[in-house]
Design a protein around this ligand. Structure first.
Ligand code: CA2
Length: 150
C-alpha cells in the first residue's frame, strides 16, 4: 500500500492564524503543514499538503490521490456542509479517508452539524484544534499498516 497521504484543506483555511483565533487558534496553515510533515516523517509517510478555495481543485486532488495515495486527511471546511461533488470524489477513493475539523462543529450553528463528507469518512475528528490533523495522520498510518481498504 502506498505510504503517500494527501492532506487537503478547503476554502478560507489559508486565513488560519490570521483571523478568528478564538475559533481556529493562532497557528497558520504553514505551521500546520510543518507539524504534519514532522509527524508523517516519524511514521514513515510522505505527504502532499494542499489548500484551495476552489471546489474543483479539491476534487482534482482527490482524483490524483486515487492513483498514487494510500490515504487522505481532509478538512473540507465549508464544502463539508454543501458539497455532494466532494463526497462523490471521495467515494471513488479506495483507501482510508479521515475528516478533520479544527473546531467542534457540533457546538456551533446547526448548519455545521451535517456533513456530506462523513458519509464516506472512516473517522471524523472535530474540536481538537489543529492537533486534529496530526491525529488524522496517525490514524491513517495505523490503517495503512493494517492494509485497510474502503
Ligand atoms: O472547524 C473546522 O475546521 C471547519 O471545517 C472550518 C470551516 C467551517 O466552515 C467548518 O464548519 C468547520 C471554516 C474554515 C475557515 O477558516 C478560517 C480560518 C481562520 C480565519 C477565518 C476562517
Amino acid at each position: 500500500m502506498s505510504r503517500l497521504v494527501f492532506v487537503l484543506n478547503g476554502p478560507n483555511l489559508n486565513l488560519l492564524g490570521k483571523r478568528q483565533p478564538e475559533i481556529y487558534g493562532r497557528e497558520t496553515l504553514a505551521d500546520v503543514e510543518a507539524e504534519c510533515r514532522k509527524v508523517a516523517k516519524d511514521l514513515g509517510l510522505d505527504i502532499r499538503f494542499h489548500q484551495s478555495n476552489r471546489e474543483y481543485e479539491i476534487i482534482d486532488w482527490i482524483h490524483e490521490a486515487r492513483e498514487i495515495a494510500g490515504g487522505i486527511v481532509i478538512n473540507p471546511a465549508a464544502f463539508t456542509h454543501t458539497s455532494v461533488a466532494v463526497l462523490d470524489a471521495l467515494n471513488t477513493f479506495d483507501h482510508p479517508v479521515i475528516e478533520v475539523h479544527i473546531s467542534n462543529v457540533h457546538k456551533r450553528e446547526a448548519f455545521r452539524h451535517h456533513s456530506y463528507v462523513s458519509l464516506r469518512a472512516d473517522a471524523v475528528i472535530a474540536g481538537c484544534g489543529t492537533q486534529g490533523y496530526l491525529l488524522g495522520i496517525q490514524r491513517v498510518a495505523r490503517l495503512i499498516d493494517q492494509g485497510a481498504r474502503k
